[in-house]
Design a protein around this ligand. Structure first.
Ligand SMILES: [Zn+2]
Length: 103
């Protein structure tokens, strides 16, 4: 897998929408827009880079700015990476469990 950029830190809202495409947990339309615009700018090759089993890539609490929506409120952050785009899609498109968004 070729990684274009890693170490992206996403806030809870962005992580959930990136993983599930589910904005129903966010009750503020302006906030949904922020998250969706952030995800759009990161592109379709965004993959989760954290491990729920061993906790790697998961930061329980951080003040670091969310690399997706730009939110800097304190909270948990989950690491994501962007894979290299190839002609037929993302570099790692074969392993579908790593690919959380498709075009
Ligand atoms: Zn965010």
């Amino acid at each position: 897998m070729r990684v274009k950029k890693d170490g992206l830190m996403l806030c809870d809202d962005c992580m959930i929408v990136a993983c599930n495409g589910d904005t129903s947990g966010i009750d503020d339309d302006a906030r949904v827009k922020e998250v969706e615009e952030g995800l759009d700018s990161l592109g379709p090759c965004l993959v989760s880079d954290f491990d729920i089993e061993d906790g790697s890539g998961i930061h329980e609490f951080s003040w670091s700015r969310c690399d997706c929506c730009g939110d800097s409120r304190g909270g948990s952050r989950h690491e994501f990476a962007i894979l290299e785009e190839e002609d037929d899609g993302c570099a790692d498109s074969q392993s579908s469990d790593a690919l959380i968004r498709s075009v």
